[in-house]
Design a protein. Structure first.
Length: 84
């Protein structure tokens, strides 16, 4: 093979490698949303729905309440309703 053909082949190979490497690097890693991101997306979604203020506040409270950790307290010993 002569020198210009080798140079052309080397240039084409280098271009192909750099294009393929660039395509592979531009895709973001797929991952799940965190709880905070999910809550934020839900709040943004209800803002765009054109709800009345009362309905918006109700749905917002439901979303925020679902995010709060539920507290479980100890149950008191059951007592008879009537002593005697």
């Amino acid at each position: 093979m002569n020198t210009p053909a080798r140079l052309l082949l080397a240039a084409l190979t280098a271009t192909a490698i750099s294009v393929l490497t660039g395509c592979a690097a531009n895709h973001p890693e797929l991952r799940g949303y965190t709880a905070e991101e999910t809550r934020h997306l839900q709040l943004e979604a209800i803002q765009r729905q054109g709800l009345s203020l009362d309905e918006y506040e109700l749905r917002k409270r439901v979303i925020l309440r679902a995010a709060e950790p539920q507290v479980v307290t100890e149950v008191a010993e059951p007592r008879p309703a009537i002593k005697g």
